[in-house]
Design a protein around this ligand. Structure first.
Ligand SMILES: Cc1ncc(COP(=O)(O)O)c(C=O)c1O
Length: 441
């Protein structure tokens, strides 16, 4: 299907031309996975400047959960743009930000009264969690997990537990950061192992009384789509309570209906002290937040947190609309249904290719993954196949993402507004690409 403006675009430079210009104009460090230049997008489909159509199983990395160009979100943003686009919330505030903070405070798990701080990106939200936790506790230490991803600014990078490409050549990182293994049974690390490592850390490196915060993703994103076992999050809650440590849930990728609950830590029934929110919250407009227990959130001095664009009115208008769309279109249920569809289809694919698809993870709504290995062995990751599958997919009209500390996981993050038909059409493409790649010769 071709966009009306495509006729004139046919004589215009194509994807390859733009990729050449991009490579010349940008640092190689700011890479792009698929050399396709998007002209327009609608819900779960995108069209490039050559008129080619793609099903989107990435949602701009879990951002456009309410679909591309969602009519309600677009209308809210257009209305806001007519009125004003920026005043600086720290100078002359606006009502939409207050309304949004009230809604986020109410949506955050647990009964303890909450307060919010708005910023612009996920990494900034993580940085601010650290500042708040340190101000509250007066302590220095930070504990994070191997395979965790918390962003690209220096503190967030220090907390991140994956070297290449994120941390490689960028050190030294801020001090007082300690990493502990994240429990992934598929890779032989149990909850008991991870807790024993934490206990060991408290004996050999830093006393718990000097730890300000433990930061954990309730479902690891970049690290490989590994859900934290419920009992692990519950144990962390207990440890934090016992030692006065702030528990930070990084819900930047797993939050906002992505996993079939508003926030993924609800699966474990755990109330974090601080929680990061970004990506899906504003349907594609830059907005991020820290939402946390009011007493902790009030620890820093007035003016100690914020930023020029923090809580942009455009992002706030979009986020208020996103919250309405999630309720009106029952996207929590939809997320679970999408997850089941993926789970069923991928489990069948796994029976066809048991030596290649080592694990399918589909227990957390529309945050689904399959892990590619050799000879059915979890210790033999096949990153090459994952990369080839991603490339073959976009060439065949499907945007897919890989992830994982070992680079061998395919993650599925479609908009929650995607139709059943498109889910199946997209998985058909995955199947045929995989079949093509595995065909002998
Ligand atoms: C769990 C998690 N934390 C933090 C970040 C960083 O967010 P941003 O890229 O908006 O800075 C990401 C981004 O992928 C993420 O998935």
């Amino acid at each position: 299907m071709s966009h009306p403006e495509m006729k004139s675009a046919q004589t215009a430079p194509g994807n390859a031309d733009w990729q050449q210009r991009k490579d010349a104009a940008f640092s190689r460090a700011q890479g792009n996975m698929a050399p396709v230049y998007i002209e327009h997008a609608k819900n779960a489909e995108m069209w490039d400047i050559e008129g080619r159509r793609y099903i989107d199983f990435a949602s701009g990395i879990a951002v456009c959960s309410t679909g591309h160009a969602n009519p309600k979100v677009t209308a809210a943003v257009q209305d806001q743009l007519q009125r004003f686009s920026h005043t600086a919330f720290g100078i002359t505030p606006y009502c939409s930000a207050v309304e949004l903070a009230e809604k986020l405070n109410a949506l955050a798990p647990g009964d303890t009264p909450k307060k919010s701080v708005f910023v612009t990106t996920g990494a900034e939200a993580v940085e601010n969690c650290v500042k708040i936790a340190r101000a509250h506790t007066g302590r220095r230490g930070l504990v994070a997990f191997s395979g965790g991803f918390h962003g690209r600014t220096m503190m967030a990078l220090g907390l991140t537990g994956k070297v290449k490409p994120y941390k490689h050549m960028f050190g030294p990182f801020p001090g007082d950061i300690y990493h502990v293994p994240f429990p992934v049974e598929y890779h032989g690390i149990t909850t008991a192992d991870a807790l024993a490592a934490l206990d060991n850390l408290f004996k050999v490196d830093i006393a718990p009384a000097e730890v300000a915060a433990i930061i954990v993703e309730p479902v690891q994103g970049e690290g490989g789509f590994y859900p934290a076992p419920d009992e692990f999050l519950q144990a962390l809650r207990k440890i934090c309570d016992a030692h006065g440590i702030v528990l930070i849930a990084d819900e930047i990728q797993s939050g906002f209906a992505r996993t079939g609950k508003f926030f993924a830590c609800e699966y474990a029934g755990v109330e974090p002290d601080l929680m990061t929110v970004a990506k899906g919250v504003a349907g594609g407009f830059p907005l991020a937040a820290v939402v946390g227990k009011a007493k902790i959130m009030d620890a820093p001095l007035p003016g100690g947190l914020g930023g020029t664009y923090a809580g942009s009115p455009i992002g706030c208008a979009a986020a208020l609309a996103v919250i309405d769309v999630i309720a009106e279109e029952k996207l929590l249920d939809r997320s679970n249904r999408i997850g089941r569809m993926f789970g069923d289809r991928l489990a069948r694919l796994q029976t066809d290719y048991p030596a290649v698809i080592g694990d399918v993870r589909a227990s957390r709504g529309a945050m689904v993954a399959m892990e590619l290995v050799r000879e059915g062995q979890s210790c033999q990751p096949d990153a090459e196949l994952a990369g080839n599958l991603v490339n073959s997919a976009w060439r065949n009209g499907l945007i897919l993402l890989s992830c994982g500390t070992r680079g061998n996981v395919i993650r599925f993050l479609p908009p929650l507004t995607i139709s059943d038909e498109l889910v199946h059409e997209g998985i058909d493409i995955v199947e045929s690409c995989l079949k093509g790649l595995l065909a002998p010769g």
